[in-house]
Every structure is written in C-alpha cells, then in structure tokens.
Design a protein around this ligand. Structure first.
Ligand code: ADP
Length: 462
C-alpha cells in the first residue's frame, strides 16, 4: 500500500476517533442537562405540595410552633442541647405519618408518572444573640436528623435544594424573681431530598431516540469510512494492475517490432542472396503471427465466462486428454519430461473441445514457462466429477499469490525465472472457460517445489 493511502487511512481513523469522543462528550452533557431538568421538574412538584395554606404547611407550622417553645427553654437553660434535638425528633416523628398521608394524596393527584419520594432533614441549627453564636446542630458531623418524609437510605437520593427559616425571637422570662426580656436570632436550615425509583432509567429512556440516532449515525459513518477505504484500495490495485499490464504489453510488442524493423533493413540491402531473403521473410511471417497472437490474446482472453459462446460436444475423456498431452509433448520433447496417467475408465464429457483444449494447454505452457522440467498429468473420477491433475516441478507459487493467480492481469513477480513473458490473462481465461462449463479449477503449490492444478468437470451421465 502506498504511503499516501496509509497516511489517509491514519488521518481518517484519528478524525473518526476524535468525532466519537466529541459525540460521547455531547451525549454525556445532554444526560447531565436532562438530569438537571428532571430534578428541577421534580423539585417544582415537591415545593408546590407544601405551599402556603395547604395541610402540609399546617404540619410544618405545628412543628415550628412546638420547636420554638422548646428553643426558648433551651435559651434559659431549662433543657439541654440533646434534649432539644430529641424533642424536635419526637415532634417530627409524631407528625410524620400525617405528613406522608397528605403528601401521597397530593402526589397521586398530580399523576406525574413515577414514584417520587421526598424527605426533609435538618442541615444547620444555629442561634445567635449579642454575646454568642451557638451551633446546636450541623449535619457535617455525620449525623442526620430527618424531619419529615419517607426514609430511603439505601437508594441513591438527589438533593434538590436547601431552605432556611430565619427568625428573631423575643420573649419574657422570670429570672431570679425579675421579668427579663430575652432576645435571640434563629437560623434553621433544612435540606430537601428526593428519591425516584429508577430515575437513571427514566432519563435514559427520555434520551432513547437521541441515543439510537447517534448510534445509527456512528455505524453509518464507520460503514461509509470502511467502504471508501476499501474502494480506494481496490481502485489503487486496479490502477497498479493496469500499469503493469501496459508495461507487459509494451514489453511483449517491442521484441517482434524491433525484429520486424531489422528484417526490413536486411531486405532493403541490395546484395541479399535468395536464402537470406527467404529466412528474413520467414522471420517477418513468424513475428507477424506473434503480433496477431498477442492481439488475439488480449481480445479473447479477457472475455468473461458469460461472453464465451460454447459449442458443446459429447467427448470421451481418455482420447481427449491423450490427444492434448501428446500434441504438447511433440512440441516440447526436448525440454520437458511429460508423463500421462489415464487409468480411469473412459468417461463421457459434454464440452467445447476448442475451449477446454485452450484451458489445459494454458496450464501446460505455464508449467514450461515457470521452470518445470517434469510434468505429470493424471485423470480420475471423484464424487461423480471428472478430475484432471497437472503436476509440475517448477518454481511454485506462494500461498499469498495462489489466491490471486486467477484474477485478470495478475502476474507474480518471478525473480527465479528470467524473461518470462505474459500478460496475466492465461489463468484468468482458463478459469472463465471452466466456469462456463460448470466446472472449476484449483491450485495447490509449494514455493520452490512445484505446482498442482486440478480441473474438475461434470460427467455426462447419458
Ligand atoms: P502469465 O503467465 O501471462 O503471467 P497467467 O494468468 O497464465 O499469466 O499466470 C498468472 C501467474 O501465475 C503467473 O504470472 C505466474 O506467476 C503464476 N503461475 C502460473 N502457472 C504457474 C506455474 N505452473 N508455476 C509457477 N507459477 C505459475
């Protein structure tokens, strides 16, 4: 893969990761905003319940009236701090069942669609007078003092806000026989908590369509990215293959053309004798034939299996293969040892003899081209199909290239054999021919040891 493509993929992956992070950040923010809005809404419902003049308001009044009297006693040291808090706890506990009853009546009436529990607890209790600041209670100490509402200690609770009751109080008290005016300032701060069963689920449910939409967009972008990169790589491969093909065909055309030009120069000479002229004409004829073959190869061998016009005949397998192999043997007798094993009983095949011969000869010629000194051809029947195996001891094909050799224009880099000509069309064409016959071709090879091609064709039962 070229550097440019690798760079492009890396940049796109980083872009995609950055986008995913932004998306996740936005979703997280939306979640928090929704949570706040949800709490605000619940808060609103709860505060309205205790508004002025309602039965709940009268419960709060009852608590504060009793409490303020106890606080007066605390101020003149008639009750201790612990007793004061115990009395507050006691009055709150005794009024709490009434509070819960009234609260549930109101909340059911509102039909808010979820189970909204509420409680109020003491946060700070401070009294101030001209001499001192007395902190009677502070929830930072770790102790909680629930005033009214439900208990929901085990569930996660949400703090919806604090409310402060501040008042200045003056009362008269007989101290050592004399009436004295006692003044103090009260700060009574409470915290309001709510608890909703599955509130996270409710918020996520509200965000369902957003989450689903984001997820779909994300998948869509990933798919688009994958498809674009795949397309880019394929285009690059095709462009490389085309460049290779142009180089190969230029190389193939160069030799006959330069031979032709040389031959013309020879013929132009006036002192040529008859045998030189005849030899040169023969060369011109051969090179002309080679050029013609090359052009035919490009035109015909790049056809797909749907374009092949088959003229099928019923033929016997043994004579067919014997004829092809023997013809080939005659042409290559000096360079190749060719062994044919047709121990099968004669099978009937329905095929186009011309095309099948071309396919088999392509494989045999490749064996010679790619370094074989020995070829073994054998045929047999397996699972009602006719099999033809062509084994050679040539340079072999790497595992990676075995997957590619049937592709159009594919040529492996063969450094082990010099000056091997080809256009990368032979095996593609062979494959197309077999496909057109409802057959197949496969390869099995080990680099440096040799190659076995197996052709499979259906047997004609009639
Ligand atoms: P060409 O021979 O024109 O290159 P082919 O389509 O016939 O094209 O073959 C494709 C590639 O398969 C060849 O370039 C070669 O690398 C490899 N190949 C084919 N047959 C053999 C073989 N018998 N031994 C080793 N390599 C082979």
């Amino acid at each position: 893969m070229s550097r440019k493509i690798i760079l492009l993929i890396t940049a796109s992956v980083f872009g995609l990761i950055a986008l995913s992070f932004i998306q996740a950040y936005l979703i997280k923010n939306t979640y928090y905003l929704r949570k706040e809005a949800f709490i605000d809404k619940a808060n609103d419902q709860v505060t309205k319940i205790g508004s002025y003049g309602t039965p709940i308001d009268s419960i709060f009044d009852a608590i504060s009236d009793t409490f303020i009297k106890d606080l007066d006693k605390y101020n003149v040291k008639k009750v201790s701090k612990e007793e004061l808090l115990d009395r507050l706890r006691h009055i709150s506990d005794s009024l709490n069942p009434r509070f819960i009853k009234e609260y549930e009546k109101e909340i059911n009436f509102k039909e808010i669609g979820y189970n909204l529990k509420y409680h109020r607890q003491l946060k700070d209790l401070v009294i101030l007078d001209s001499l001192r600041t007395d902190t009677i209670f502070n929830n930072n100490s770790g102790k909680a003092l629930k005033l009214v509402g439900h208990s929901f200690d085990s569930n996660p609770e949400l703090l919806i806000g604090n409310s402060t009751w501040e008042t200045s109080r003056t009362f008269e008290e007989r101290v050592q026989g004399r009436i004295q005016k006692i003044k103090y300032h009260l700060i009574f701060e409470t915290s309001n908590y709510i608890n909703i069963d599955d509130w996270k689920k409710i918020i996520l449910n509200e965000m369902r369509s957003l989450l689903l939409f984001s997820f779909c967009i994300f998948i869509f972008v990933i798919a688009l990215f994958y498809y674009s990169i795949k397309n880019l790589i394929t285009q690059k491969k095709i462009s490389d293959i085309k460049t290779d093909f142009i180089n190969n065909i230029t190389h193939e055309l160069k030799t006959p053309l330069s031979t032709l030009s040389l031959a013309t120069k020879i013929l132009k000479k006036e002192d040529n004798n008859a045998s030189v002229i005849e030899n040169t004409i023969n060369t011109i004829e051969r090179q002309n034939l080679r050029l013609q073959k090359l052009i035919d190869q490009v035109l015909n061998n790049s056809l797909g299996y749907q374009d092949l016009e088959l003229h099928k005949l019923t033929v016997k397998s043994v004579p067919l293969i014997s004829e092809i192999v023997n013809d080939f043997k005659i042409a290559h007798e000096e360079t190749i040892l060719l062994d044919l094993d047709v121990s099968e009983e004669n099978n009937t095949l329905n095929l186009d003899k011309f095309y099948i011969t071309t396919a088999i000869v392509n494989i045999l010629e490749n064996a010679v081209k790619y370094g074989a000194t020995e070829i073994k051809v054998s045929s047999f029947v397996k699972n009602n199909y006719w099999n033809l195996e062509i084994n050679d001891n040539g340079i072999g094909i790497s595992k990676k290239n075995q997957k590619l050799i049937f592709n159009k224009f594919f040529r492996a880099e063969n450094k082990d054999v010099h000056n091997v000509k080809g256009l990368g069309l032979g095996l593609y064409y062979t494959h197309q021919i077999l496909k057109a016959h409802n057959g197949s071709i496969s390869v099995n090879s080990e680099k440096g040891k040799g190659t076995r091609f197996t052709i499979v064709l259906p047997i004609n039962k009639l």
